[in-house]
Design a protein around this ligand. Sequence first.
Ligand code: CDP
Length: 237
Amino acid sequence: MTVDTLLYEGKAKKVYATDDAEVVKVSYKDDATAFNGVKRGQIAGKGAVNNQMSNLLFTYLEANGVNTHLVEQLSERETLVKKVQIVPIEVVVRNIAAGTFSKRLGVMEGVDLPHPIVEFYLKNDELGDPLITDDHALVLGLATSSELAALREQALTVNRLLQAKFAACQLILVDFKLEFGKQSDGAIVLADEISPDTCRLWDSETRKKLDKDRFRQDLGDVEDAYQEVFARLTAIS
Ligand code: CDP
């Protein structure tokens, strides 16, 4: 039996080489971190939910014209994805005030924003992923201005599609983070994951939090919340 070479281990996933130089295998872990790694724990079954939920959503986005890194789900926790170079910009889209937006700008959690907004953060744990402007991204050489425009446009398209998908299972998409990757041919595709780790999702009726905020804020029932979101999505897909 050959053992796959571990290329990288992050906070929530391990990445392995495969026989195909253009493809890597991602394995999702149950480990959870928050506040830039200060809070750590485990969420039982999270890896399996996040892997399958992310693949379900990436498949839906692909069907609606969004290019992603998804190749093929291998098992509950493992997926083949295209090998990409991650663009070191975390792209956050917000529909409702929450999290750092609320803290930074003094807007109460739960306030509807008049229109969706896109924010860029430098993907750098040592610096605590600081918020950056377009000019910062340009002078740091993180992306060109046309790439920044494409990231913003893609993020808003993904927002529109995800809002519709989640609304169909009685979930409000409050905000979320996307990462993009550059393929060897230079094309930029949606990468990383879309899951309750990377989205804020509230029940449409009760506004109960069904995402990582349950872990961040010690609200309990974390595992159940992740399972609930996945169950609702599979029920309509
Ligand atoms: O997550 P936090 O409250 O620290 O920051 P935020 O800027 O309010 O996060 C906006 C959205 O992006 C939330 O849905 C977060 O879960 C997600 N996010 C993420 O997945 N990874 C990060 N490094 C930062 C934010």
